[in-house]
Design a protein around this ligand. Structure first.
Ligand SMILES: NC(=O)c1ccc[n+]([C@@H]2O[C@H](COP(=O)([O-])OP(=O)(O)OC[C@H]3O[C@@H](n4cnc5c(N)ncnc54)[C@H](O)[C@@H]3O)[C@@H](O)[C@H]2O)c1
Ligand SMILES: N[C@H](CO)Cc1c[nH]c[nH+]1
Ligand SMILES: [Zn+2]
Length: 436
């Protein structure tokens, strides 16, 4: 139990102080795969699985997850698990899955083309990936919701084959995770995790088919392995620990704000909760609510470490200052717990998912609102987007050149080819000139 009140434990900044932006930048930075020893471990695992296949996969699963069960979990077991879970859990998974599917259907993009002034037809064709690997984390907790979030956009995109991997620590398979796999419609499930699972998906083994792209969040071993295999396969992103940034003002409900901050802190000790306050009175009220509510949390120990190590409160004097701060942090989750979010929304450029008003706790986005909960973390919302249908398709450009087009474009290509010293390029274009 913490002896000091939380107001004395959580770091507290005034955004108007000249050094506050730098201090906040230091507090929010997180390098996904900076640990050299971890990288050595991961590189060793990748090399071994690549050269030894299933033998290494079984060995590492025994070493890190403490079991020697069969690698693949057959479809019959998913259906049996679905029948075993509580009916209300099954109904919640089905309802959440349908909402996630519906949201992602809006992301589907169509082929396009146009005809230019020379009669050339130029366009873009979109096709789903053939085979993807979905990493569902499962070391310290089981995440059936992450099955739905990873698989539904792939199904909407029309991916032909979805291979799911999920660690089964001590050989224990989570029924809700298997039920979610059944509901979402994966093709195969393997009870493996960590860097060895990523290696198996990237290189293929006797049991696990090689995939074209690996998606899904995981711990630092998973993140390092995904980064290392990128290029051989595609990846979605490098996910770091969960983060939430909540903006409050006099209209906020302090207990709701406190619980929303806890909801991400409870993920793991490195998760980060940031409170940005437009009202000193509300800052005090939220801190008091945190002290009141914290003892009632099931995962209190994790929350306490997360708050002590990584939480920050920042007082801001205006919505402009709030926006400046938000854009610097580029948070994974942003809650605007205020009556009127119009001015804030106008100034916000970087955030993974934005929750507006008092009735939109981040946890609804985690489970069932519809948008994806796999989001860019650690400031990567500056350039990255939530996992979506667009991650499971690729685009080809298409060009059909008319007789007139080959004359006009051929002359330009001829000049540019010769300027680059690539005369075969130039001659290929010139041959078409001569032909007509
Ligand atoms: N962004 C999201 O959408 C989202 C969703 C769910 C979970 N998460 C995050 O994903 C993470 C899941 O982490 P986790 O650990 O529970 O599960 P995980 O599945 O990512 O990792 C478990 C695996 O890590 C490997 N491992 C553990 N210790 C190791 C060691 N010392 N050496 C080599 N390998 C080792 C093991 O192979 C094990 O199978 C958490 O940080 C959680 O917050 C994110
Ligand atoms: N908040 C997590 C992503 O940052 C996702 C999650 C899964 N279950 C609960 N939450
Ligand atoms: Zn969450």
């Amino acid at each position: 139990m913490s002896v000091k009140p939380w107001r004395d434990v959580i770091r507290h900044l005034q955004w108007s102080d000249a050094d506050a932006p730098t201090a906040l930048a230091l507090m929010t930075q997180w390098e996904a795969v900076a640990d050299l020893q971890l990288n050595d471990t991961v590189n060793g695992v990748l090399a071994a699985v690549r050269s030894e296949g299933d033998v290494a996969l079984v060995r590492f699963t025994e070493q890190f997850d403490r079991h020697r069960n069969a690698l693949e979990i057959p479809a019959g077991e998913w259906a049996a698990a679905r029948a075993r879970i509580a009916p209300e859990l099954e109904a919640a998974l089905v309802a959440a899955g349908e909402r996630v599917r519906e949201y992602h259907q809006h992301q589907s993009a169509a082929d396009w083309s146009y005809t230019d002034a020379l009669g050339n037809s130029l366009g873009q064709r979109i096709r789903p990936l053939d085979r993807v690997g979905v990493y569902v984390p499962g070391g310290k907790a089981a995440y059936p919701s992450s099955v739905l979030m990873n698989v539904m956009p792939a199904k909407v995109a029309g991916v032909s084959e979805i291979i799911m991997v999920v660690p089964t620590p001590d050989g224990v398979v989570n029924d809700a995770v298997l039920a979610a796999a059944d509901i979402a419609g994966v093709d195969r499930v393997f009870g493996i995790g960590g860097a060895q699972a990523v290696a198996a998906l990237a290189f293929g083994t006797e049991s696990v088919p090689a995939v074209d792209k690996i998606v899904g969040p995981g711990n630092a071993y998973v993140a390092a392995a995904k980064r290392a295999v990128f290029g051989r396969v595609g990846i979605d992103m490098i996910a770091g620990p969960s983060e939430i940034l909540v903006v409050c003002d006099d209209s906020s409900n302090p207990e709701w704000v406190a619980m929303d901050l806890f909801s991400q802190a409870e993920h793991d000790e490195m998760a980060q909760s940031i409170l940005v306050s437009l009202s000193p009175r509300m800052t005090t009220a939220v801190l008091d609510a945190m002290s009141r509510l914290l003892p009632s949390l099931e995962r209190r120990e994790i929350v306490e470490v997360s708050l002590r190590e990584r939480a920050v409160i920042v007082d801001v004097a205006s919505t402009e200052q709030a926006c400046e701060l938000i854009n610097q942090v580029a948070p994974e989750h942003l809650e605007l717990c205020v009556d009127d979010s119009t001015a804030l929304m106008a100034g916000i450029r970087h955030a993974g998912a934005i929750f507006l008003g008092h009735r939109a706790p981040e946890s609804l986005g985690d489970y069932c609102a519809g948008p994806n909960h796999v989001l860019p973390t650690s400031g990567t919302a500056r350039f990255a987007s939530p996992l979506g249908v667009y991650d499971f398709v690729k685009r080809s450009s298409v060009m059909q050149i008319s007789a007139e087009g080959s004359q006009v474009l051929g002359q330009i290509a001829s000049v540019l080819g010769r300027a680059e010293g690539l005369t075969a390029h130039a001659r290929a274009a010139e041959m078409r000139l001569a032909h007509d």
